[in-house]
Design a binder for this molecule. Structure first.
Ligand code: CA
Length: 223
């Protein structure tokens, strides 16, 4: 089961698709305008967006471009009556994952939907989780309990390293060696400061523990 946003201004077609996806056990929200699509995307997280290109006022292409410029990487299948190579290229260049030309069969769209969902669930596995903390190395975002946490680039790199090596002890020098580019000068005091900041931003004093005389250890389950 996936959560899908369908953006299609032809109401008959929208209804037909809605019925079909419901029968396939998906959860589906249907909107008829690009503006509504953007509003829904702000509030909810979808596994897939099926997006008609030709929409009044805000076009499907503009919705897609806005999504991508806001770092929303939800897979998008564009629906369109345009089948020129130029348009197809423009859609794919703007970050569409696939493209279905009208008229299409439900079976074709359904197959494309399955393929897009399969691809994205594989990509999603690269997201690191530790307790209620989630880190996405691709979009470089961190959240705790679904609330986004803003980290500076170095803080992010350090947290990513810890999350990839939980429960292992690293000295400050080892962290500098593994996380910082080799031509930068950073002191062990600076590492201590970065770790304090991470604890504070993650709102968990125990998530990175001091191991006396040795270094630091990431303990995601400590509260
Ligand atoms: Ca349309």
């Amino acid at each position: 089961m996936a959560k899908i946003l369908l953006v299609e201004d032809e109401k008959d077609l929208a209804q037909q698709l809605e019925d079909w996806f419901k029968r396939e056990q998906h959860t589906i929200d249907v909107v008829y305008t690009g503006q509504d699509a953007l509003n829904y995307l702000k509030i909810s997280k979808y596994d897939l967006v099926i997006l008609d290109w030709m929409l009044p006022l805000v076009s499907g292409l503009e919705v897609l471009q806005k999504m991508r410029s806001h770092n929303n990487r939800t897979p998008v299948i564009m629906l369109t009556a345009k089948d020129s190579e130029d348009d197809k290229e423009k859609g794919l260049d703007s970050g569409a994952d696939d493209y279905v030309t009208k008229p299409f069969s439900l079976r074709e769209l359904s197959a494309r939907t399955r393929a897009a969902l399969r691809r994205s669930s594989q990509a999603a596995k690269t997201v690191l989780t530790a307790g209620d903390v989630e880190l996405d190395p691709v979009s470089r975002t961190v959240s705790k309990g679904n609330v986004e946490i803003h980290l500076e680039p170095k803080e992010f790199n350090l947290l990513e390293f810890f999350m990839r090596h939980p429960q292992q002890v690293f000295s400050a020098d080892a962290l500098i060696d593994r996380v910082w580019p080799s031509d930068t000068l950073v002191s062990t005091d600076a590492i201590r400061t970065y770790i304090k900041i991470l604890r504070k931003k993650l709102d968990n004093e125990k998530v990175i523990q001091n191991v006396r005389g040795v270094g630091y250890k990431f303990e995601p389950d400590m509260k």
